[in-house]
Design a protein around this ligand. Structure first.
Ligand code: HEC
Length: 138
């Protein structure tokens, strides 16, 4: 009798862990989908669909430390734009990037999650709370 109860409880635990895991992968793919929409509309023209940019004009987003490194620096780039000369993969980039602070916290979180997990990149998600906090610092 007691054994049966234990087996049932263990079964329930497995079921709920499975459901949770499924839910979190679902929401990540939803973030990625929404992020791609923002990317296609606001970033792709310069950084290109494959994230490789345009040599000497617009830097790549594939495998750069700016994309996969510090989240606060990355959020700031979208909120404030960027004018510092950059050197990425041996190419120099001097064109300024305009601020995109008109995007919502949600759009910025989604697009950054998207670029951090596309073009061969693999890095953590960016949340709306993180964007909100960074925006408040301005
Ligand atoms: C009009 C062209 C243009 C658009 C649109 C644009 N960027 Fe940029 N981006 C640039 C340029 C040019 C630089 C380099 C700026 C510099 O050298 O200071 C840059 C730099 C960056 C960098 C840091 C360098 C790197 O390659 O890792 C990131 C990250 C970035 N952009 C992300 C984005 C995201 C996300 C969007 C869309 C929300 C976006 N950009 C929209 C032109 C653009």
């Amino acid at each position: 009798m007691r054994l049966k109860v234990v087996i049932i409880i263990i079964g329930l635990i497995f079921l709920s862990v499975g459901a949770f895991a499924q839910k979190s992968t679902q929401s990540k793919s939803k973030l990625m989908l929404n992020g791609k929409k923002v990317y296609d509309m606001y970033c792709q023209a310069c950084h290109q669909a494959d994230g490789n940019g345009v040599p000497r004009l617009n830097p790549p987003l594939a495998g750069t430390v700016y994309v996969t490194g510090s989240k606060t620096r990355l959020i700031d780039i979208v909120l404030n734009g960027l004018t510092d000369p950059l050197e990425i993969n041996g190419e120099e980039y001097n064109n300024p990037m305009a601020a995109h602070s008109f995007l919502t916290d949600q759009q910025i979180a989604d697009v950054l999650t998207y670029i951090r997990n596309s073009f061969g990149n693999k890095a953590g998600v960016v949340t709306t709370a993180e964007v909100k906090k960074q925006r408040a610092k301005k």
